[in-house]
Design a protein around this ligand. Structure first.
Ligand code: G
Ligand code: G
Ligand code: MN
Ligand code: NA
Length: 254
């Protein structure tokens, strides 16, 4: 079986699913939402990482139905979370570049929000820095359309690609997710801490919310708090988990 045929079967057999990793306020430690992360539970190969199959899904075009399936699943989850939580919680969904340049994207997302009955402001879409930078076709127009629909946009993996701080203002964005390599480096070298602080300050000047990714130690959390970074995500708070576990976590944390 080729990977493509395998993926086609996976869609039908419901072995493609999402896990959720909490996104935490660095001001008060509360859960503000979660990032949905793709998982493929393969019959023979076990868990396959999205790094291994998203690329093939993009090449074959299967990312379009798979992506829709993920957006719908994430919306159904966020609806449940908001039925039990007093403070509104959002869900972040990763979009592949191929999805961004698919003409029906915004219409389909609006339709899913409508059908599931979820407010657009509870959905946030993550675009990797490289997907934004590729600027294929009308990338910026599509990003604008997404925001016009009331959906917030995050730039993911910031710092790993080729964008510079000076080009950030060109993109219609609400959130900047700083790649975990920055979070790791800032503890190792003083000058990298300066870079991280500069990123947070610039992002705030551009009215972007900043998320530090890959937080693993209390020292990293403390340093980001001292830099006034808004949100954090990482193993120190929680690993990605199935939706039911996330709901348990919410009911425990009140
Ligand atoms: O969860 P994990 O660390 O294995 O994720 C690896 C990479 O796969 C991350 O860069 C993440 O952004 C990406 N990824 C996870 N889920 C999705 C998804 O649903 N769609 C896309 N396009 N990328 C995803
Ligand atoms: O590219 P993106 O930021 O979407 O990737 C998220 C990936 O990072 C997920 O695969 C998730 O499993 C992983 N991740 C989340 N928290 C941590 C962490 O604290 N440390 C490390 N090493 N990886 C993490
Ligand atoms: Mn992401
Ligand atoms: Na990232």
């Amino acid at each position: 079986l080729t990977m493509e045929e395998d993926l086609r079967r996976a869609i039908k057999s419901k072995s493609l699913t999402l896990e959720y990793q909490p996104i935490i306020s660095l001001q008060d430690g509360s859960i503000r939402g979660a990032e949905a992360l793709a998982r493929w539970n393969h019959d023979e190969r076990g868990m396959i990482s999205p790094d291994e199959f998203i690329g093939i899904a993009e090449e074959t075009g299967l990312i379009i139905p798979i992506g829709e399936h993920f957006i719908r699943e994430a919306c159904e989850q966020v609806k449940r979370w908001n039925q039990i939580n007093t403070r509104p919680l959002y869900v972040n969904v990763n979009l592949a570049q191929r999805q961004l340049i698919y003409p029906g994207l915004v219409t389909v997302i609006k339709q899913i929000l409508n059908e599931v009955g979820v407010d657009a402001n509870l959905l946030r879409l993550e675009l990797s820095e490289s997907a934004v930078m590729a600027e294929r076709h009308d990338t910026i127009t599509v990003m604008q359309e997404i925001r016009d629909a009331g959906i917030r946009l995050a730039m993911d993996d910031f710092g790993t690609g080729h964008s510079s701080l000076s080009s950030l203002h060109r993109y219609p964005l609400d959130i900047l997710k700083v790649d975990r390599s920055f979070v790791q480096n800032m503890m190792r070298r003083h000058k990298f801490a300066g870079v991280m602080q500069a990123i947070v300050t610039l992002a705030h000047n551009l009215e972007l919310e900043v998320v530090g990714e890959g937080l693993e130690t209390p020292e990293q959390v403390a340093m980001l708090q001292s830099m006034d970074c808004d949100l954090g995500q990482g193993y120190i708070f929680a690993r990605p988990m199935p939706g039911d576990e996330f709901i348990k976590l919410l009911s425990q944390s009140g």
